[in-house]
Ligand binder design. Sequence first.
Ligand code: ATP
Ligand code: MG
Length: 437
Amino acid sequence: MTIDLQRFSKERTFIEDIFKGKKKQVEIGGWVHNTRTLGKIRFLILRDMTGLVQITAVREKVSEEIFHVMSNLSKESVIYVKGSVQDSKKAPGGKEIIPKEIIVLNEAKDLPIDVSDFSKTELPKRLDYRFLDLHRKRTQAIFRIQSTIATSFREYFIKKNFIEFQPPSIIGSSSEGGTELFSAKYFEKNAYLAQSPQLYKQMVACSMERVMTITPVWRAEKHNTIRHLNESRQMDIELAFADAMIVMKEMTEVVKYIVREVLNKNKKELDLLGIKLKIPKAKYITFTETVELLKKHKVHVGKDDLTPEAEKKLDEIFPDTILFVHDWPLSGKPFYIMPKDANADAKLSEGFDAIYKGMEISSGGQRVHLPDLLIKRLKAKGLNPKDFKGYVDSFRFGAPPHAGWSIGLERLTTLIVGEKNIREACMFPRDRDRLTP
Ligand code: ATP
Ligand code: MG
């Protein structure tokens, strides 16, 4: 049996409105969340995108047919219900529905994973059936929060007069150097999937000044870790006439804005996940100071990078803080990061990392906008300037100083929702072993 969807979309009441409103007769649709039998009563909890409501059928008070359907419904089946709203002290939320009509729109049978709130199914199995895992309120909560994160990022910068641009995903040569590229056939040529929108966002900032994008990137890193994906999304900005400090301050403001928006819009989801979020503070510290500090805490630090242990320790020392570690050693940053004071022999750079909740959420800095210096930096990194000719030449015809950064969307989501594995914060993760669904 089916229903007239055009009529239903006009008449439908969303479940949360049952509790807010005074409507007595409702038509609702959703998934069978749970069922329970108590003597001659059948209880059903129905779920839609807004909440849960109990449907109660007492044998003598409903038709034979409805009682039969209610007795045989399996979890996650999709049903349409027409009924009356009744106050009930025992029902969750204080209201229940007495059904007059139930239509089964799709029956779900033999669920391969446990979709209850306290599912014991392990992550890999859940990911094999991600479409069904998305029925879980917990999973939905994570992606509702992710939606707020991405939307708030966009909102914040659009309000500040940035334009959103769309970089290419297929590129003709490596954007950053290195071997972590997926290659693809492009007619007669070899092409690659973009590792980052880096070079493109610089070109756009050098004409349009304030630009941002949320874009997928691909990295053929072979290792399988809980903080890396092979396909992820980046939230990037690039700003003309800016240095590292200017863009670090922008990040402080946007991350605060994002957290504030999540607190405002996702209270239900945060409660469900048991997360207590605080609007972060910001702290700016040099790489050298960071190394000194970590030594005091007996934590090992790389020569020009921070280890995951170091990032964890920094969160213990500075909780609820976006920690900007700047004046990063030049050797630890890509060729396009400006040496300190535009000095080709500098040991330090205008690059930084931002650490939040024990993990790097972003890298950024001022870029090299001077072609000769850029060629020196490419050579210093063992790269061939010829391979980057188009990129270098783009700075020959009026390129202002500029700076920017990139925040990993799944990385930030993982930290905000308090998960450990980044796959929890990616709807359809691509990792070393996973290419489906
Ligand atoms: P890490 O040191 O954590 O491996 P990175 O320095 O290689 O990261 P960047 O090139 O600086 O990464 O990318 C910018 C941001 O994108 C990172 O700060 C992180 O939030 C996110 N990111 C980077 N690589 C990945 C990945 N493989 N999967 C998911 N997110 C990533
Ligand atoms: Mg980085």
